[in-house]
Design a protein around this ligand. Structure first.
Ligand SMILES: C[S@@+](CC[C@H](N)C(=O)[O-])C[C@H]1O[C@@H](n2cnc3c(N)ncnc32)[C@H](O)[C@@H]1O
Length: 262
């Protein structure tokens, strides 16, 4: 049984509640605008960093295994598929995301504009206030208003850990050919919700499926308070547990120092 499940909006908003929208400052004395798990906030801040970091990792491994923009990439636990969009924007052409969250699949086609307005209301930003106009413009500019999930290939509701049929469905949505092997399998902040034994079994399955297995994780960091309900490990600890896989820190660019990629 995983430590955390992700089937409700509350599950996501609790985990992403600390992401303020105006990273570069807000008027003194005002309440921060907190968007929760929204594409507005993700693209405004994190979406710009995460795909770039991943491409750096691909560059790092390219010497050993080679990498091309046409490589087949599966992002496991992609949420609404925002990183998939980011990777496509950077030139990758064969990327698909899968996620098993009931909430993701219920609301993935819904417009996020209501949530943006609600976040502004919660922060007490009055209608027609200049800050509201700016924040809304910023949300639009960051691709934040509209359906939550706009990947060109959609988000597949399949768990590659389940069985070969599930893995074949994911691949079929990518290439029409269910029999091929992904070049890269990327888990995106999935491991932290699993116990060690679950993480080992999960990674073993994915390692047998893809040519390269990459785990994007939020590492354990004693300098910051971290919710005790997760399975936190440093990158070194994850590497020791799941030796051979590539790890990427998702903490890049935040208020935390950049981690070494490996
Ligand atoms: C912490 S959220 C991360 C969401 C997104 N990747 C991000 O970084 O913002 C973990 C996600 O992994 C998904 N997940 C967990 N186990 C999964 C599995 N075996 N197959 C597909 N998705 C899974 C959950 O539904 C949830 O959306």
């Amino acid at each position: 049984m995983p430590l955390k499940t992700w089937n409700t909006k509350a599950d996501f908003d609790a985990a992403y509640s600390d992401a303020p929208f105006e990273q570069d400052g807000r008027p003194g004395g005002t309440v921060p605008i907190r968007m929760g798990y929204s594409r507005a906030a993700w693209f405004d801040y994190y979406g710009k960093l995460h795909p770039r970091t991943f491409v750096e990792v691909m560059g790092w491994t390219a010497g050993a295994i080679g990498w091309s923009p046409d490589d087949r990439v599966v992002v496991v636990g992609c949420g609404f598929g925002w990183s998939v969009e980011g990777f496509e924007a950077l030139g990758l052409t064969q990327v698909v995301g899968c996620d098993t969250s009931a909430w993701v699949h219920t609301v993935k086609g819904d417009d996020e504009a209501v949530d943006v307005g609600a976040a502004l209301d919660r922060a007490g930003v009055p209608v027609r206030d200049a800050r509201r106009v700016q924040a809304h413009a910023r949300a639009v500019a960051s691709s934040g208003v509209g359906p939550r999930s706009r990947p060109s290939r959609g988000v597949v509701n399949d768990d590659p850990f389940t069985d070969d049929q599930a893995r074949r469905r994911i691949l079929a949505s990518l290439t029409g050919d269910a029999g091929i092997r992904p070049d890269w399998v990327i888990t995106e902040s999935v491991l932290e919700s699993l116990r060690d034994a679950e993480a080992v079994a999960f990674a073993d399955t994915l390692r047998a499926w893809g040519t390269n297995l990459v785990h994007c994780v939020w590492p354990k960091d004693d300098r910051f308070p971290q919710d005790a309900g997760y399975n936190w490990h440093t990158l070194a600890e994850w590497r020791a547990l799941l030796g051979g896989d590539v790890f990427v820190s998702m903490a890049v660019g935040r208020s935390r120092p950049r981690e070494t990629l490996t």
